[in-house]
Design a protein around this ligand. Structure first.
Ligand SMILES: C[S@@+](CC[C@H](N)C(=O)[O-])C[C@H]1O[C@@H](n2cnc3c(N)ncnc32)[C@H](O)[C@@H]1O
Ligand SMILES: CC(C)=CCC/C(C)=C/COP(=O)(O)OP(=O)(O)O
Ligand SMILES: [Mg+2]
Length: 301
């Protein structure tokens, strides 16, 4: 066990033999549904974008569309350029999340709660040289992420495991930073932030990028309900995020409304052959103000 290994219970009784980390099944029937959902997911909009450079994301994009990179719609290479452009915007989203993790050194360990196929974990390791531990409910996703890490020769630093983010095997108070990239809408926020708060060092940093409903709208709009049904998730309000953080020693350092920055991604995606049918709900809810795309970075105090 190295000094930066966050996992507890990995040393056997003789002090030398690594004991297996026992990972129980889903904690609830709902988690079983979510594990199945992600085990069966193979949408071209995710796989074709990931194939561009081997970073596989399950989150959305931010930033202006580079129309000069796209060229003419009647160009035979247009579709390929469109895929590359959507992927560039998704990677820009992950870069922004990493920008908010604070100083991270090579000896540090980060935690990705709900890591998907591991794109953000790889980017974090490539930027900081640190260890990154990810958890997902999906064995398919964990296998995929670990296979990518092996292919890149970084499996000693980047690891995904099948585990509930509300009860991780990571040691208390050791992580320099942790995050949720579009994965907090599957869990109770009090339980989630209690676990991040436990795992983080005092002075550590927590970051989330998430979609949340806007309390100023009143209640979740029909579009928000449609997004929930589409992904089997339960979108929280912005107020719930801030309250649950405050209750769990996470003090916001930055709250950034990324809604205007994500709209160009959705408007471009809606024109592509990779549409999934959920584009209208995102575009309309962002436009009517009922739903917001936000980054929240918080200090663990
Ligand atoms: C939309 S994907 C986001 C993946 C990744 N963060 C990214 O940006 O590519 C949601 C992820 O949350 C994970 N997830 C949902 N509930 C979870 C839970 N209770 N414990 C661990 N992972 C969970 C899913 O397995 C999936 O990997
Ligand atoms: C912002 C919100 C509410 C996100 C919900 C969580 C989610 C499913 C994110 C994207 O996953 P994906 O990349 O697999 O979705 P898609 O196939 O639509 O690209
Ligand atoms: Mg996607």
């Amino acid at each position: 066990m190295t000094s930066t290994d966050l996992t507890t219970g990995t040393t056997g009784s003789n002090g030398t033999t690594p004991a297996p980390v026992i990972i129980p099944g889903p904690a609830t029937p709902y988690q079983g549904d979510i594990a199945r959902y992600w085990n069966n997911e193979a949408r071209p909009v995710n796989l074709r974008l990931g194939d561009v450079d081997g970073l596989y994301h399950h989150h959305y994009g931010i930033g202006d569309v580079d129309h000069s990179a796209l060229g003419d719609t009647d160009d035979s290479a247009y579709e390929k350029k469109l895929v590359a452009e959507l992927h560039r915007l998704e990677s820009a989203q992950a870069e922004l999340l990493l920008d908010h993790l604070g100083p991270v050194g090579r000896e540090d360990t980060l935690v990705d709660a709900g890591c998907g196929r591991g794109g953000s974990m790889v980017m974090a390791h490539q930027r900081f040289g640190c260890k990154v531990e990810g958890v997902t409910l999906s064995a398919k996703q964990a296998d995929f992420a670990n296979q990518r890490a092996r292919e890149l020769g970084i499996d000693d630093h980047v690891r995904a495991r099948v585990c509930n983010m509300l009860g991780t095997p990571f040691e208390t108070g050791r992580a320099t930073a942790s995050w949720n990239n579009e994965s907090s809408m599957y869990v109770d926020l009090d339980d989630l932030f209690a676990e991040h708060s436990r795992v983080l060092k005092v002075g550590g940093r927590y970051v989330t990028i998430t979609g949340c409903w806007n309390p100023r709208y009143g209640q979740p709009s029909k579009w928000v309900s449609q997004i929930n049904a589409h992904f089997e998730c339960n979108i929280h309000s912005r107020r719930e995020y801030l309250k649950a953080m405050a209750d769990n020693r996470l003090v916001p350092q930055a709250v950034i409304d990324l809604t205007p920055a994500t709209l160009p991604y959705w408007e471009l995606r809606a024109t592509s052959s990779l549409v999934t049918g959920i584009e209208e709900a995102f575009i309309e809810s962002y436009k009517d103000g009922s739903f917001q795309y936000v980054l929240i970075a918080a200090d663990r105090i």
